[in-house]
Design a protein around this ligand. Structure first.
Ligand code: HEC
Length: 108
C-alpha cells in the first residue's frame, strides 16, 4: 500500500549489503555528520538532507506532520502485518495532535 507521496512508489534494490547497513546506521543514529556515499542513491528523491524535499517523498529524519498524516490516511504495510487506515476515525485536528505527540517522544 502506498502512502500517496507525489513521487509514488520507491524503486526496489536501491542499496544492499554493506551499503544498506551504512545508510541504516546513519539514519538511525540521527543523521549526524556526512552521509555515507551510498546515500547518494537515495538523495535524488529524499533530498541530500534526507528530509523528503518538502513533502515530495517521506522525511527519513523524523516522523514529520506529512508522514504521520499519510500513514494515518493510507495505513501502512510492515514486516509483521498491516496497519489499517484511520481516515474515517480521526479528524484533521486529531491527526495533528497525534503528530505533535509523536514528535514529542522522538529520541526518548
Ligand atoms: C525514485 C525515488 C526514490 C529513491 C531513489 C529512494 N526513495 Fe525511499 N521512498 C520514495 C517514496 C516515493 C517513498 C514512499 C513510498 C510509499 O508511499 O510507501 C519512499 C519510502 C521510503 C522509506 C519509508 C518511509 C516510511 O516511514 O514510510 C524509507 C525508509 C526510504 N524510502 C529510504 C530510502 C533509502 C535509504 C533510499 C536509498 C537507498 C531510498 N529511499 C531511495 C522514493 C525514493
Amino acid at each position: 500500500m502506498l502512502l500517496g507521496y507525489s513521487m509514488g512508489a520507491m524503486p526496489p534494490m536501491m542499496a544492499s549489503g554493506e551499503g544498506a547497513e551504512k545508510i541504516a546506521t546513519w539514519i538511525s543514529t540521527g543523521m549526524k555528520g556526512d552521509a555515507p556515499a551510498e546515500f547518494g542513491a537515495c538523495a535524488s528523491c529524499h533530498g541530500a538532507d534526507g528530509k523528503g524535499m518538502n513533502g515530495m517523498s517521506p522525511n527519513l529524519a523524523e516522523y514529520d506532520d506529512i508522514l504521520v498524516a499519510k500513514v494515518l490516511e493510507h495505513g501502512k504495510k510492515g514486516a509483521i502485518g498491516e496497519m489499517p487506515s484511520f481516515k474515517s476515525r480521526l479528524n484533521p485536528t486529531q491527526v495533528k495532535a497525534v503528530s505533535v505527540y509523536l514528535q514529542s517522544i522522538q529520541g526518548e
